[in-house]
Design a protein around this ligand. Structure first.
Ligand SMILES: Nc1ncnc2c1ncn2[C@@H]1O[C@H](COP(=O)(O)OP(=O)(O)OP(=O)(O)O)[C@@H](O)[C@H]1O
Length: 305
C-alpha cells in the first residue's frame, strides 16, 4: 500500500516494450509512511496533532502526529523511555501534553474537564499491564464496577451483563465469586479484559496485554483479542514489546524514536524503513523468529482459504 501507483505504458499487448534496466527504488523518507490506510476508513478515531511533552528540561515528544482509524489495531513500539506509556496516558486523558492536542472521537481529551473525561471514558476500555484487578473485590464485582459507577442500571441487568462478558472472555459462572488471588495469570488477564469491555466500548487500549504470560497462555490471549476485535468491531490501541503479539495482532505499527513517530504502516512496510531502531528491534534474532512465525501463520491461512 505504500508505493505510488506506476502508470501503465500505453502500448498494444502484442508489442511489449523492451524491459527497462532495473532501477533501484528510491528510499522513502520515513515520514511518508505516516498516512492513513488506503481503504476509506472515515475520520480518525484518535487524532494526535503537534504534540509536545516536556518534563522539566527533558523533551519526550516533539511535534508528534498520529492518526488511528476505526477498526484497526494500531500498535505503538519504541525503545525504553521513548514515551509510549506517556502517550497512551495522554490518549486516556490521565496526563496532559505540554502543547498540541489529542482528540478521541473528535473530542479534545487534552483540554477536557473531569466531567467531560468521565463521559468520554464510557466509550473506551483499558487493559493495564499492572493493577488489572482490585484485589479486595471478586471477579464479578471487578467486572461490575464500571457498570455500577454509571448509577443507572438495576442489579439484574448488571448481573446479566457481567456474566455475558465473562463468557465472552472464556470465564465460567463458577469463576464469578473467586478473588483475584485465586486466579492464574491468564485468568486475571481475561477478567481484566471483561472489565475493560463492560461498557461495550468502541475503543480499547491495551498496555502490554501479554506481559507475564507464558507462550501458550500468550497465544490463547492473542487469539481471544483477535476474536473480540473482529466480533465487536473494536478499534484497538496497543503498546507492546512482544514481537509475537505485535505481528499477530497489528493492522499497523507506529514506531516512536527521536521524540516522534518515525514510521507508521503495516508491519511489512515499517520493516523496510532504514532506521537503526527498526533494524535492531525487528530484524534481530527475536524479530526474525517472530517474523517466521507470522509468515507460517499467513501461509497456513492462505492454504485454508
Ligand atoms: N511524571 C513524570 N515526570 C518526569 N518524567 C517522567 C514522568 N513520566 C514519564 N517520565 C519520563 O518520560 C520518559 C518516557 O516515559 P515512558 O514511561 O512513557 O517511556 P516508555 O516508552 O513507556 O518506556 P518503557 O518501554 O521502558 O516502558 C521517561 O524518560 C520517563 O522517565
Amino acid at each position: 500500500m505504500m508505493e505510488d501507483h506506476d502508470p501503465k505504458p500505453n502500448t498494444p499487448p502484442d508489442t511489449p516494450p523492451p524491459l527497462p534496466p532495473p532501477v533501484p527504488k528510491p528510499q522513502r523518507p520515513p515520514q511518508q509512511l505516516n498516512r492513513k490506510p488506503e481503504e476509506d476508513v472515515g475520520p480518525p478515531v484518535v487524532q494526535i496533532r503537534n504534540l509536545w511533552t516536556r518534563f522539566g528540561r527533558t523533551v519526550v515528544h516533539q511535534d508528534l502526529n498520529l492518526d488511528i482509524y476505526a477498526g484497526e489495531i494500531l500498535s505503538i513500539v519504541g525503545g525504553s523511555g521513548t514515551g509510549k506509556t506517556v502517550l497512551l496516558r495522554q490518549m486516556l486523558g490521565l496526563e496532559r501534553p505540554s502543547s498540541g492536542c489529542v482528540r478521541v472521537f473528535g473530542e479534545d481529551v487534552s483540554s477536557a474537564s473531569p466531567e467531560q473525561l468521565q463521559r468520554m471514558r464510557n466509550h473506551w476500555g483499558m487493559l493495564f499491564q499492572q493493577g488489572a484487578l482490585y484485589s479486595a473485590l471478586t471477579v464479578f464485582d471487578n467486572i461490575a464496577l464500571p457498570l455500577r459507577e454509571l448509577r443507572a442500571l438495576p442489579e439484574d441487568v448488571i448481573r446479566d451483563a457481567v456474566l455475558l462478558k465473562m463468557d465472552m472472555v472464556g470465564l465460567g459462572p463458577g469463576d464469578a465469586n473467586k478473588m483475584p488471588s485465586d486466579l492464574s495469570g491468564g485468568m486475571i488477564k481475561r477478567a481484566a479484559l471483561a472489565r475493560a469491555l463492560a461498557l461495550e466500548p468502541q475503543l480499547l487500549f491495551l498496555d502490554e496485554p501479554t506481559a507475564g504470560l507464558d507462550p501458550d497462555l500468550s497465544d490463547s490471549f492473542v487469539a481471544l483479542i483477535q476474536t473480540l476485535h473482529s466480533e465487536l468491531h473494536l478499534t484497538v490501541v496497543m503498546v507492546t514489546h512482544d514481537l509475537d503479539t505485535l505481528f499477530a495482532l497489528s493492522s499497523r505499527i507506529a514506531v516512536l524514536a527521536e521524540k516522534h513517530v518515525i514510521a507508521v504502516g503495516p508491519s511489512c512496510d515499517v520493516l523496510r524503513v532504514p532506521h537503526p531502531f527498526i533494524k535492531h528491534f525487528f530484524l534481530g534474532p527475536r524479530g526474525q523468529r517472530a517474523l517466521e512465525v507470522l509468515e507460517e501463520r499467513i501461509a497456513r491461512k492462505e492454504s485454508e482459504d
